[in-house]
Write a protein that binds this ligand. Sequence first.
Ligand code: ACO
Length: 321
Amino acid sequence: MTLRAVLAGTGSALPRTRVSNAELATRVDTSDEWIVERTGIRFRHIAEPDETTATLGAAAAKEALAAAGLEAADIGLIIVATATPDNTFPASATKVQALLGAPDCIAFDVAAVCSGFLYALSVADSMLRTGAARHALVIGSETFSRILDWEDRATCVLFGDGAGAVVLSAEEVTGDRGILATRLHAEGKYCDMLYVDGGPSTTGTVGHVRMQGREVFRHAVTNLASVLGEVMEEVGLAASDIDWVVPHQANKRIIDATAKKLGLSADRVVLTVDQHANTSAASVPLALDLAVRDGRIKRGDLVVLEAMGGGFTWGAAVLRV
Ligand code: ACO
């Protein structure tokens, strides 16, 4: 028997308002054709003033708890991956804890932008396996619309808001169930290729997203293919063993190019970028939840998660559901 972090439930939440490319084109100098051809994005959800990273995160967490058959009081660890917290502090995880009515537990945020969920998952996996908690909520939640420069058409069309959550439970398992491997990377020398031009310790403002799109694209394909290869090698499995890949949903061309590089069949890849755009740390758990709820991902499936984001940071995880 081995103590592993096992996926017990998933959930997600999207803001009420959905915006199509055509609607966006009435406000920004762009077109549905350009956005679809370059990115695969058709819609994104944009948070209303009463919808925040914490409220969306809590809504996703409630669904994940229900799916796991657990109560908020059962949770010993809450990690929120986000680059758009409600406040500079306290951590959005403590706000989620309050919204859920969860009693005293461990709660903190992880900041690794689009790969934040992979970082949070890896931290939760380690903490569960060393006995810090029995059940953990790992949430990716973002309101990127609040840090977009709506005058910059090269970035504002790419992102959306939303949240995804998973419950992980520490269980003694036989065989290869649960999280089998995680791998994380960062290369801070590229921090000016994708960043926000403000912050509490520099400008004292929130700032806006800035990006060198072509460079990000190039690094994303190379780094994602490489980290996927690393985690698969660690568990001793081949691309043909993978049932589902749940990639970060930044751009359909990045997802297609990465899958091709690894010889992964496109019909094994969960795609939501067309419906949600890039929801940063929320994109992987959001896509995971959709594929679990629509019956594609089933108990026993081998699932691979991957993401890359600002920093650069990137990572991957392999789990048996
Ligand atoms: N609508 C219409 N035209 C546009 C738009 C827009 N929204 N944005 C840029 N253009 C124009 C540019 O002005 C440029 O025009 P010009 O040739 O007259 O100067 C032209 O389109 C080409 O611009 P490029 O930036 O070179 O376009 P590219 O083919 O590189 O596509 C894109 C841009 C989609 C951003 C691409 O570089 C990309 O996907 N990069 C990855 C970025 C990404 O996904 N970031 C997300 C966060 S990181 C991550 O999650 C991995």
